[in-house]
Design a protein around this ligand. Sequence first.
Ligand code: 4AD
Ligand code: MG
Length: 468
Amino acid sequence: MEKISRTKIVDVLSRSDFGTSVNVKGWVRTRRGSKQVNFVALNDGSTINNLQIVIDLAKFDEEMLKLITTGSCLSVNGTLVESVGQGQQAEIHATGIEVLGTADHQTYPLQKKGHSIEFLREIAHLRPRTNTFGAVFRIRHHMAMAIHRFFHERGFFYFHTPIITGSDCEGAGQMFQVTTMNLYDLKKDKNGSIVYEDDFFGKQTSLTVSGQLEGELAAMALGAIYTFGPTFRAENSNTPRHLAEFWMIEPEVAFNEIEENMDLAEDFIKYCVQWALDNCMDDIRFLNNMFDKELIARLEGVLKHNFVRLPYTEGIEILEKAVADGYKFEFPIFWGADLASEHERYLVEEHFKRPVILTDYPKEIKAFYMKQNEDGKTVRAMDVLFPKIGEIIGGSQREEDYEKLRTRTAEMDIPEKDIWWYLDTRRFGTAPHSGFGLGFERLLLFVTGMANIRDVIPFPRTPNNVEF
Ligand code: 4AD
Ligand code: MG
């Protein structure tokens, strides 16, 4: 076959220099036609749209043609022709075909008819080849680009925080341990405690739940930073919104107080949603039509309104009133309770009908580092609550007072030997500062309209599930 340099299908589809010879490569989605002419829908991942390859059967070897089945991979030379079919403007009339890889139709799991999303999860190694997951993972890429652009444009520095850590940022004890010790033969002291001196790092270490503590160190030098990396939580919650391994974006800004932190969070999410509408419309339109007819309206809706800003205490009053009026929640609600996603969604979807930033939570249900309010009961926390998702962002103004922070760590049994370096920022040139963490997959749930967080990350890690 004549050697022609490859053109991506996304580019071919928008070309109009009909009559030109081109080469495309991709995977067969469908093949149909008559005894004389066949039509192959070819996809190379560059766009959700397939390219139609028209094959005049008489011109090709019969044995080769048999290998063109759903899932097989082809290199096709052909002439670019204006398409008479609806939808796209160009198709290819094949002059040469090479089968790069066959896909036995008896065993290839992705046949033409639609498969359930649950089945596709079991074949996560092949699901990127479906329209749905192609769309989701292209959007995932675009959202990552949007995030870096947003912060770069605003003068934030991308700061890399460690994945292996000796401290528990959130203090929730949901960490995966990292060790090279022989688990069948652990050395213990006379109290039965494991001796970590001989372990790789000479102390107990884990995978990080958040890059925040190190991010704060950087903010106190570079002014404004953000992290964007994997985080790990060993919480045994099998919900459509929790992963054991997920990606988090954590900006941290010196001199910002909670109001500016809220402004940043709102601008940030709106920028990402606008970016999706501007850059991913083919994929979003597909997801809107396939799964969630209100997706586009919901994305546009978020851009239209200011987010509601509401103290936790007022949020509880609204929820208690809902209960008094007969609304049924699964979990009890009272001042001091941590909100369940049903409560968060009630505020957003039923009561305000727009995103809500809830602030000033009871200190007992929040992390040690949050700035304490004058009332002695609440801290300057802010959670951004979203339709369909519940909490999408968690953040706060940080306690900058050395004594107050030290007292709080002691109250919460956080060993000073693990975070002396963090406390040092409050000893040397402390300053007000604030930040937050956005769960990348929660953002993707919102932008794609997918219902389960396992379907917006290529290879989900959840309890009892680490295949691929
Ligand atoms: O609210 P979280 O626990 O906050 C922190 O980790 C802070 N250190 C952030 C900061 O202030 N720099 O987590 C932040 C966000 C949540 O709002 C949620 O979107 C996401 O991370 N998240 C998860 N996403 C998927 N699976 C899980 N198990 C998640 N846990 C938290
Ligand atoms: Mg949180």
